[in-house]
Design a protein. Structure first.
Ligand code: 4AD
Ligand code: MG
Length: 453
């Protein structure tokens, strides 16, 4: 049976007849011996293999070069070399797959930009292997967080006919050829359909039956913003809670972000130290800060006043009734408050139709959570549960109530106050690793002009 290198390295005593497999990172030849560094992706560290000239299978050492795959049997012994506890003395070695001389990954560090052009091979690099192992652990932590609190995981559809956010940033899904707008009723689904921008509306139907739910799945936006924080395909986590108001929503968002930071700190210690060393030296401090300190909460109106009074020249204007831009969000969290910030109660005109109108009739019960280095990681709201008000919101957003009859039914049949939010999984990972480009925390990035691999 093959043993993963992670488990081999965690051994507490020498072991005989171990079988391992992996890819050669380096080979160093000395008199009568060769040293191979083998990595199988189960952890950051390599296992040093000592092979001597007489080891069966080692007749052609030149084939066992960087990138080649190999199977080794041998005995685990304490390593005399410094910096490693164990090494494997090979009793048998076999080349599994040879590598040709064009293999682009070398021992020297490559830039993330270069590695993006070989996204099929970059998980073999130290940095990206670590990022994607952490991504997997965090996905598990997301489920654990909600399952521990009795939230039900709901799979919402990827193909949908409704534009939840009303921003028109949707990818069309069609089986028609030629002019796809001529007769949408003859299309596969009998209407215009799109890739979902959010599972929220469908999530609400389940919350209004099962109380607390969450979704966690791929989300698509055709916004043409070629920034380091936007992807056309990303993963979103969307909890929705029945009998919950904006306060409870903000509490859950804060608890969730803190829990994810704590999980990374406790369970991904080795990974975080790699990020702190090579990516962002302030990372440990930032995580500690987020875990220990309460988030600042500030109404949108006050946030605008702070920005206007800051004396700072921004590229985009700041004025009541305008959206906060990333530069404004980052000023609030990184410079003014020096803390994660939750901005709430936004003007109704700049937010989607489903948000609950506040008693001032000017603002809605919306909230965005901003963190240093990224800006917005969470967008959420208390939902409009009053049928008449929701109908009015739809009219003012120029939506046809007939298209949302099922959504309106929730307000007809036992309506309840409810609230939820969406958190971009990649933005969370950027925050937890210090990696500054969203393309580097998703296995195969989909961005304007790029759908390779
Ligand atoms: O603020 P957004 O647009 O909110 C919604 O979609 C709501 N329906 C969520 C809800 O209440 N259930 O998006 C939520 C989060 C953002 O805060 C951001 O973290 C992430 O999704 N996000 C993106 N991440 C990567 N690339 C993009 N293009 C993103 N757009 C939004
Ligand atoms: Mg938002």
């Amino acid at each position: 049976m093959r043993t993963l290198i992670k488990h081999v390295l965690a051994s507490t005593e020498p072991k005989e007849a171990l079988a391992i497999k992996g890819w050669v990172r380096t080979r160093r030849d000395s008199k009568g011996f060769s040293f191979l560094e083998l990595n199988d992706g189960s952890c950051l560290a390599n296992l040093q293999i000592v092979v001597d000239a007489t080891t069966p299978g080692f007749e052609n050492p030149a084939t066992l070069t960087t990138g080649a795959s190999a199977a080794v049997e041998g005995n685990l012994v304490a390593s005399p070399a410094s910096g490693q506890k164990w090494e494997l003395r090979a009793t048998h070695i076999e080349l599994v797959g040879a590598v040709d001389p064009t293999y682009p990954l070398q021992k020297k560090g490559h830039t993330p930009e270069f590695l993006r052009t070989i996204a099929h091979l970059r998980p073999r690099s130290n940095l990206f292997g670590t990022i994607f192992r952490l991504r997997s652990r965090l996905a598990y932590a997301v489920h654990q967080f909600f399952q521990d609190r009795d939230f039900v995981y709901v799979h919402t559809p990827i193909i949908t006919a409704s534009d939840c956010e009303g921003a028109g940033e949707m990818f069309r899904v069609t089986a028609l050829k030629g002019n796809i707008d001529e007769k949408p009723q003859t299309d596969f689904f009998g209407k215009r359909t799109y890739l979902t921008v959010s599972g929220q509306l469908e999530g609400e139907t389940f919350a209004c039956a099962l109380s607390n739910i969450y979704t966690f799945g791929p989300t698509f936006r055709a916004e043409n913003s070629n920034t380091t924080r936007h992807a056309a395909e990303f993963w979103m986590i969307e909890p929705e809670m029945a009998f919950c108001d904006l306060q409870g929503d903000m509490d859950l968002g804060e608890e969730f972000i803190k829990a994810m930071a704590r999980y990374a700190q406790e369970h991904c210690t080795e990974d975080l130290s790699l990020f702190a060393k090579f990516v962002d030296k302030d990372l440990p401090e930032r995580l500690k800060f987020v875990i220990e300190r309460p988030f600042v909460r500030v109404p949108y109106t006050d946030a605008v006043k702070i920005l206007c009074g800051s004396g700072r020249k921004f590229e985009f204007p700041v004025k009541y009734g305008l959206n906060l831009q990333s530069e404004h969000e980052r000023f609030l969290t990184e410079e003014h408050f020096k803390s994660p910030v939750t901005v709430f109660n936004y003007p109704r005109e700049i937010k989607p139709f489903y948000m609950r109108l506040n008693d001032d009739h000017k603002t809605v019960a919306a909230m965005d959570m901003l963190v240093p280095g990224i800006g917005e990681v969470v967008g959420g709201a208390q939902r409009e549960e009053r049928l008449d008000q929701l109908l009015e919101n739809m009219r003012s957003h120029k939506l046809n109530p007939e298209d949302y009859s099922w959504y309106l039914d929730l307000r007809r049949f036992g309506t309840v106050p409810h609230a939820g939010f969406g958190l971009g999984f990649e933005r969370l990972l950027m925050f937890l690793t210090g990696v500054s480009n969203i393309r580097d925390v998703i296995p195969f990035a989909r961005t304007p002009g790029n759908a390779d691999f």
